[in-house]
Design a protein around this ligand. Structure first.
Ligand SMILES: [Mg+2]
Length: 362
């Protein structure tokens, strides 16, 4: 641990709850314990938002269409999400984090980066902080968390997966470059399936391959992300832990393995993207008024279509309706569609609900 306590290095912890939504459901309903559970919609176009470890052993995972999940695991139990409960648990976890450091960057309800280089307990060893935090999360919420400890965000994030579930791992500055070298690029945080495929096309399979490439080469092929890839190939990531990140927009997009020509497959392809951006809004208590649909054709020409509604979208079905309005006029498309994206903007915090009784008590 000498490396980690050296003053020249930051101490970053990535805390990640294990199968969060599914674990909350199993905690609150004993009948679900030990069983394959998927949080999400069982409907034809539903998507799995979270899968219990029992479900994962059947190959079920989040973002998988519910139909596929049901085929892989016929006894899978679908539970509708209860975001109000997840938010309450998340709040408990964030209160624990705040005892250690004000520098907390939540990524979602169940994941956050903590910079504990300077911490409120004056603790030297970041792995001890991580294990204390995990113990307190367990005591307070009854749920398991995993943690990764390292000297930057990228490696802390990678480390939290190493001993999951209910474990933690440290990647020291000495071990960082070797760890990255051996890692397949498709496992890198920040490298999605499309980017991984592109890297494979360029002969980049592992961190070691990535490291062979010059900064110029990576910027030429990956634009803004090139510099990030150049750094992480060497175990370097200078991004700061940014508390209370305020976003201007939230988007998701997907490149399809085959170009789409028909309306129904396009609508289906959009479904996981709609669920993803909506989950983000639910998780962060954000309302959105502007919906933008992005369509990239096989010839790489791109169009966007937007619609702004007078008041923030209230339900995922409202979002789906707006996306349908934007999508249907572009059919039949002049070319095959290779990519679809959904972005929400004009974001605003949902107004906090104040209980009238509480107000009276003041
Ligand atoms: Mg998690």
């Amino acid at each position: 641990m000498n490396d980690m306590s050296s003053a020249s290095h930051r101490k970053i912890i990535h805390v990640d709850m294990d199968a969060f939504y599914a674990s909350v459901e199993q905690r609150d309903n004993p009948e679900l314990r030990g069983k394959p559970v998927a949080v999400g919609g069982a409907a034809a176009r539903g998507v799995v938002a979270a899968a219990s470890y029992e479900a994962r052993s059947f190959g079920v995972h989040s973002a998988m269409p519910s139909v596929t999940a049901k085929r892989k695991c016929p006894e899978l139990i679908f539970v509708p999400p209860r975001f109000d409960v997840y938010r309450a648990v998340s709040q408990q976890i964030r209160e624990i984090f705040a005892d250690y450091t004000p520098v907390v960057e939540p990524l979602s309800l169940d994941e956050a980066y903590l910079d504990v280089t300077q911490n409120r307990k004056g603790m030297e060893i970041a792995t001890e902080i991580a294990s204390e935090i995990r113990d307190r999360i367990k005591q307070t919420t009854g749920l398991n968390a995993s943690a990764g400890i390292s000297y930057n965000k990228f490696l802390a994030k990678m480390a939290s997966d190493l001993n999951k579930p209910n474990g933690q791992a440290v990647i020291t500055p000495k071990a960082g470059p070797d760890f990255v070298e051996a890692l397949p690029v498709k496992k890198f945080h920040g490298v999605g399936p499309a980017t991984a495929e592109k890297m494979h096309g360029l002969g980049i399979e592992t961190g070691a391959d990535l490291r062979q490439k010059t900064l110029e080469f990576l910027v030429e092929h990956f634009g803004k992300s090139g510099a990030y890839f150049y750094g992480i190939a060497r175990g370097i990531d200078d991004r700061q832990v940014k508390p209370d990140r305020v976003r201007k927009s939230i988007g998701a997009e997907d490149t399809f393995s085959e170009d789409l020509h028909a309306y129904e497959p396009a609508r289906e392809g959009l479904q996981p993207l709609i669920e993803k951006v909506w989950d983000y809004c639910e998780a962060h208590e954000i309302g959105a008024k502007t919906v933008t649909l992005k369509v990239k054709y096989a010839d790489f020409n791109q169009i966007t279509r937007s619609k702004t509604v007078p008041s923030p979208l209230a339900a995922i079905t409202d979002l789906q309706a707006v996306v349908d309005l934007l999508l249907s006029p572009i059919f039949p498309p002049r070319k095959g569609i290779r990519l679809l994206g959904v972005t929400l903007s004009s974001l605003e915090r949902r107004s906090p609900v104040v209980e009238p009784q509480l107000r009276l008590a003041l």
